[in-house]
Design a protein around this ligand. Structure first.
Ligand code: TRP
Length: 380
């Protein structure tokens, strides 16, 4: 699917010609260098182990339905790891982001609480971590106004994710909220004064924009003392899992394994996975992506190197491989699924966890907004 192609020259604002706001030092780089970010991420990982208390980490998801294995291995497990290390972990349920590209349907509340349940089932401890929904944190949302004033329309329009989402809307009208959602995401991050944002590559431009906003706010309103710390992105060190068809894993492609799937449904899904014609199983991601992906999935569930998993299956072929993967996934997820079912049956508990998280986020964001108003001389 080539989404980029549908952008027309007239559909987006022209590139910036002058610095904005006047006097701003640097434009927002459209695509931060990933190699540098990867190197920096490795340094941060070391720092996280050395001084976890110096990190406040914000991650989040849109509540658009049940999470799948890609989310679990890509982000959920990492959140729990940061929590175990002793960092201050905040997990955002980005409910306002759902209305950027679709209407929030009648199932939104269930999706929001479902996301809370997914996080807790994966091991997030509500006694230590904070789970909140940004629609419930007024001060956070108000920060969007001064932040918007620090960016030009052209800069926001250059954000690659916004451009892609726009093309995905198939030429339909783009809402102004979709256009500005990276700015709202910056408000999420800066309201909480998070200094670390674990993201996938597609979200790097948003963190870059957040840093630009922080830098400009500091320059304009707090030149003597850095008010907003510039948050760092953290690129995941986890290998990327593909979908069961060997393509990018995504719910809309129907190639995922939902976390909450039954063991039988999991077996059926894995049975349908694409493999290749060579009987001998090996771990060669470049030349055998589908087989390698299944091997990797079993390896991640078992906490073993993929090559060892492949060697053990050897001449057993695709049928044996799929049996091993099914067993590994179901075994790894069994306690998580049990806990997920228990949590889903206790809606008042999930609501209480979210309410407590909302309160803490509101306290953080309220402090930030108060200071921002003072720095902007908006105290009367
Ligand atoms: N845009 C993110 C996603 O679609 C969700 C998100 C919203 C987020 N606000 C955030 C992630 C702040 C990290 C920090 O997955």
């Amino acid at each position: 699917m080539s989404r980029r192609d549908t952008i027309t020259a007239s559909s987006l604002p022209p590139a910036a010609t002058a610095s904005f706001p006047p006097g701003a030092s640097a434009a927002v780089p459209a695509a931060p260098a990933t190699a540098d970010t990867a190197r920096r991420s490795a340094e941060i990982e070391a720092e996280l182990r050395r001084a976890p208390q110096s990190f406040r980490i914000l991650t989040g998801d849109r509540p658009t339905g049940p999470l799948h294995l890609g989310h679990y291995f890509g982000t959920l497990q990492n959140r729990v790891r940061f929590q175990q290390l002793g960092a201050d972990v905040l997990v955002l349920v980005a409910d306002y982001q759902v209305i950027t590209d679709r209407d929030a349907g009648p199932g939104l509340a269930a999706d929001v609480l479902g996301l809370v349940a997914d996080n807790l089932a994966a091991g997030l401890d509500p006694g230590r971590a904070t789970v909140f929904a940004h629609s419930q944190v007024s001060a956070l949302n108000q920060l969007m106004l001064p932040f918007l004033s620090l960016l030009s329309v052209a800069e926001v329009g250059r954000n690659p994710t916004v451009r892609e989402e726009f093309s995905a809307s198939a030429g339909g009208a783009m809402s102004a909220l979709l256009f500005t959602y990276p700015v709202h995401q910056a408000a999420d991050i800066l309201a909480c004064r998070a200094n670390l944002v674990p993201v996938g590559k597609d979200q790097l431009p948003h963190v870059e924009l957040t840093r630009a906003i922080a830098r400009r706010f500091n320059q304009r309103y707090s030149p003597q003392r850095e008010f907003f710390q510039l948050p760092d992105p953290l690129l995941g060190a986890v290998p990327l899992l593909l979908g069961l068809d060997g393509q990018k894993m995504s719910k809309s492609r129907g190639n995922t394994i939902p976390l909450a799937a039954t063991e039988d449904a999991t077996a059926r899904l894995i049975k349908s996975a694409k493999t290749d014609l060579r009987r001998h199983i090996s771990y060669e991601p470049a030349s055998r992506p589908e087989v390698a992906n299944l091997v990797l999935l079993a390896a991640m569930c078992q906490g073993r190197p993929p090559a060892a998993v492949a060697a053990e299956i050897g001449g057993g072929g695709a049928a044996r491989l799929k049996a091993v993967v099914t067993e590994a996934v179901n075994e790894h997820l069994r306690p998580i699924r049990t806990r997920r079912r228990e949590l889903a049956a206790d809606r008042p508990y999930l609501q209480a966890v979210l309410r407590r998280g909302n309160e803490r986020a509101a306290a953080l964001a309220g402090d930030t907004l108060n200071s921002v108003r003072e720095l902007m001389r908006m105290t009367y």
